[in-house]
Design a protein around this ligand. Structure first.
Ligand SMILES: [Zn+2]
Length: 272
């Protein structure tokens, strides 16, 4: 079995054919997916999808969506975590973090939501799923202030030194479609060189299409649905990791499965 540790199955890109997407994933051996929420309005959707399809979910407010949220929405997250504390399919707080790449975002507001959500994760005893974009050092500073039960730094694209600091704090690093592009030298170097316990696989579907699905924005606009990533691509992404590491694919499968469960222990109950 493969685990996709990061899939936005609730995204509108899947509205037309969601059950088929899940069926293709299962047929490809991806029997488990973690569905992180990006906004309070999505909390119900990720939970219902996780229950309908035997998957896992996380609750959180994504840094690119904090401007759509009021401070009281942090209370709504706290209440949702309370209400679902005995739900075995709730495995993390996420997707939370900081985005210092997209221009025009309010960094103070992102920081406030990040810090508050780390505290909620600690309170709930849950690991976190982190969005990292040009923000690794600020995220690490937050983790030093508020210790949480580890988790995953998803779509990791920082330096090796930053990567190892996440590992020291009990985090795994998520590798996905970006690693399949030959020009992504830094990400490929990291995927090849990081310690084995640091690696987990993800698609971030419908985003970050692997090289074999990649289309330019113009081509995507012309043919809707083209270039969309989906969880069933995970084994092929795993083959790329196997190639970079010089491992057999089967070794990468079992390594990343064990690492995903170590990062998000709630998955252990769901996949055993
Ligand atoms: Zn995401």
């Amino acid at each position: 079995m493969w685990i996709d540790t990061h899939c936005h199955l609730d995204a509108p890109e899947f509205d037309a054919d969601r059950p088929a997407v899940v069926a293709r994933a299962v047929a490809a051996g991806v029997a488990m997916q973690v569905l992180p929420a990006v906004a309070v309005a999505h909390f119900g959707a990720v939970r219902e999808l996780a229950h309908a399809h035997g998957l896992a979910y996380a609750l959180g407010i994504h840094p690119l969506y904090v401007h759509e949220h009021a401070d009281e929405d942090l209370d709504r997250l706290q209440q949702a975590l309370q209400q679902r504390r005995d739900d075995p399919r709730l495995v993390a707080v996420g997707e939370i973090g900081l985005d210092h790449f997209v221009p025009g975002l309010d960094r103070d507001r992102q920081q406030r939501f990040y810090a508050a959500q780390l505290k909620l994760a600690r309170e709930a005893g849950l690991p976190v799923i982190l969005h990292v974009r040009r923000s690794a050092d600020s995220l690490l500073a937050g983790l030093r202030r508020t210790e949480v039960a580890g988790g995953i730094a998803h779509a990791f694209n920082g330096s090796q030194q930053q990567a190892l600091q996440f590992v020291e704090r009990g985090f795994k690093l998520g590798f996905g479609g970006a690693m399949t592009h030959e020009r992504a030298l830094q990400i490929r170097r990291l995927a090849a060189a990081l310690p084995e316990p640091a690696l987990v696989l993800e698609t971030d579907a419908p985003d970050i299409p692997p090289a074999w699905l990649y289309r330019t924005a113009a081509a995507r606009a012309e043919a809707a649905g083209q270039g969309r990533n989906e969880p069933g691509e995970l084994p092929r992404i795993g083959e790329v990791l196997a190639g970079l590491r010089g491992f057999p694919v089967e070794a990468v499968r079992s390594l990343t499965l064990g690492n995903a469960i170590a990062a998000l222990p709630g998955l252990g109950r769901l996949v055993s």
